[in-house]
Design a protein. Structure first.
Length: 135
């Protein structure tokens, strides 16, 4: 194994999520719940970023269905933790490249309405929404 191989393996992160699920089930109301929730959020963010990364890999190669599968996983399975704005904007870009302007507009609107976007993200989302809304 090379150094980078350990970063690609998400098994420890998934195991941590599994253990946290057991903790929440066995110890409802524990004094450690706050810390456990913070750890869960961190794990979910790591898994979402990884799914987003893989989705972008496929999108760059023109494998749109595979890209959407990973983008949706980042949003649905991991709540888009830590990358929701970029994720929705990338989904909008991908939907637009596929000719699905309705889905593109929805993705850009969600990014604008639901996410705390930085200046660059806000500009990208607004520009994408404008392009997707053009006749």
């Amino acid at each position: 194994l090379r150094h980078g191989d350990f970063r690609r393996d998400q098994t420890p992160v998934q195991s941590a999520l599994d253990e946290l699920s057991v903790f929440f089930e066995r110890h409802p109301g524990s004094d450690l719940t706050g810390e456990a929730r913070a750890l869960e959020d961190s794990c979910m963010a790591e898994m979402a970023r990884r799914a987003f990364f893989v989705g972008r890999f496929y999108a760059r190669r023109g494998l749109d269905d595979a890209a959407l599968l990973y983008y949706r996983s980042a949003l649905d399975d991991y709540r888009g933790q830590g990358c929701t704005g970029d994720l929705l904007i990338s989904m909008g870009d991908l939907y637009m490249s596929m000719g699905n302007m309705f889905a593109a507009r929805n993705s850009y609107r969600r990014a604008i309405d639901e996410c705390a976007l930085d200046e660059d993200q806000a500009a990208r989302a607004a520009a994408g929404l404008e392009r997707a809304s053009a006749p």
